[in-house]
Design a binder for this molecule. Structure first.
Ligand code: PBG
Length: 326
C-alpha cells in the first residue's frame, strides 16, 4: 500500500496548527471606519442601501468615534453631506462647512486615540456632483480643481484632520496638496493617495448615502475597470509626488491590482471595501443565503492576503469586536 509522501493536509489537522501557520491575520488596528455626517440633522438617520450605516449628527458622530476607538479600530474616515451645494463646492473649504465642523468636534473629543481622517474631494459639495470644478464646456477642469484641493487640504488640516484621503482622481493632486500643506506649516499631516480608484458601479450605495447630485459618470478621471497596469502606474505617480500611503479601490473586484501595487510599492498600501461590496454581503445575508460573519471575515482576509495593510470597511467596529471576542 503506497500513498503520497508529501501530505499538505498534515498541517491543517487542528485549529492550533492552522493558527500557527496562518499567513494572514486580521487586526482591529488595521481597520478604518468610513463615516457620514450630515448638516442640520437632529437624529441619526439610516441609509437604506447600507443597512447598519447611518448619517450622523455631530453628536452621534462624536459618540460613534469614541465607540470605534474603544473597539480598537485604527482610524475613521469622515465624509460630509452638506445642506447646500454650488458649482465650486464652497462648503468644502468653508470653516463652517459640515466636514470641517465635524472634524473639529471629533478631534477635540478623541485626540490621537485613533487616526482621524477626512475625504478630500469636491463631489459631496458640488451641485453637479463631480469631483472637481467644470470648465466652460462642462468638462472637469483638472488644474482649476487642484486649486480647490489645495484650499481644501489646508482647511481640513486646520480643522485637525491627521490624514487626508485624496479621492478625486485629478492628475497631480498629491503634489499640489503636499505643497499647500507644507506652505501652511502642516508638515505632519499625511496624504493618502487614492491612487488606483476605478470608475466602479460598486459606489452605488455610497452615492445614495451622500445624496450625490451626479448626472453621468466619472470615467474621464477614474480608472477604467479593464486596466491593471494603469493602476500600478497611478500608484507610482502618487508615490513620486510624495504620498505617504496609496490605496486601491474598490477592493474585491480589484485584488489583482492590489497585489501588483503591494509588490511594487515601497510605502503602505491600503484598500477600500466600498459600499456596494458591503451592500451585496448584507443583502445576501439578510436573505439567509450566506453566513454573514464568516463571509465578512473572509472578504477582509482576502483583501489583506492580496496585499493590503489597512482596510477601509463599513464593518470595522463590528469586526474589531469579533476579533477581541475570539
Ligand atoms: C468620492 C468618493 C466615492 C467613494 C468615496 N469617496 C465615490 C465616488 O467616486 O462616487 C465611494 C465609497 C464607497 O462606495 O463606499 N468622494
Amino acid at each position: 500500500m503506497t500513498g503520497p509522501t508529501v501530505r499538505p493536509r498534515r498541517i491543517r489537522q487542528t485549529a492550533a496548527l492552522r493558527g500557527l501557520v496562518a499567513e494572514t491575520h486580521l487586526s482591529a488596528d488595521q481597520l478604518v471606519l468610513p463615516m457620514f455626517v450630515r448638516e442640520s440633522l437632529t437624529e441619526p438617520q439610516p441609509i437604506a442601501s447600507m443597512p447598519g450605516v447611518v448619517h450622523h449628527t455631530i453628536d452621534s458622530l462624536r459618540a460613534a468615534v469614541t465607540e470605534a476607538a474603544e473597539a480598537g479600530v485604527g482610524g475613521v474616515m469622515l465624509f460630509g453631506v452638506p445642506d447646500r451645494r454650488d458649482a465650486i463646492g464652497s462648503g468644502a473649504t468653508a470653516e463652517d462647512g459640515i466636514l470641517n465642523v465635524a472634524t473639529r468636534a471629533v478631534t477635540a473629543e478623541i485626540g490621537d486615540e485613533l487616526v482621524v481622517q477626512t475625504d478630500l474631494c469636491l463631489d459631496e459639495f458640488t451641485d453637479h456632483g463631480h469631483c472637481g470644478v467644470l470648465d466652460a464646456a462642462g468638462a472637469v477642469d483638472n488644474d482649476a480643481t487642484l486649486d480647490r484641493y489645495r484650499d481644501m487640504a489646508v482647511a481640513q488640516a486646520a480643522s485637525g484632520s491627521r490624514l487626508l484621503g485624496l479621492s478625486g482622481m485629478m492628475d497631480g493632486q498629491v503634489a499640489a496638496t503636499r505643497e499647500a500643506l507644507d506652505a501652511a506649516g502642516f508638515l505632519d499631516v499625511l496624504l493618502l493617495g487614492y491612487a488606483a480608484k476605478y470608475a466602479s458601479g460598486f459606489y452605488g450605495p455610497f452615492r445614495e448615502a451622500v445624496q450625490s447630485a451626479l448626472v453621468g459618470d466619472r470615467r474621464t478621471y477614474q480608472l477604467d475597470p479593464a486596466n491593471r497596469r494603469e493602476g500600478v502606474r497611478e500608484a507610482m505617480l502618487d508615490i513620486e509626488q510624495g504620498a505617504d500611503i496609496v490605496m486601491v479601490k474598490p477592493a474585491m473586484s480589484y485584488l489583482d491590482v492590489l497585489a501588483d501595487v503591494a509588490a511594487a510599492s515601497p510605502i503602505p498600501v491600503w484598500a477600500y471595501q466600498v459600499s456596494g461590496e458591503y451592500a451585496m454581503v448584507e443583502a445576501a445575508a439578510a436573505n439567509g443565503w450566506i453566513d454573514r460573519e464568516r463571509i465578512v471575515l473572509e472578504t477582509l482576509l482576502g483583501i489583506r492576503r492580496a496585499g493590503a495593510g489597512a482596510v477601509l470597511t463599513y464593518w470595522a467596529v463590528e469586526v474589531a469586536r469579533w476579533l477581541r471576542r475570539a
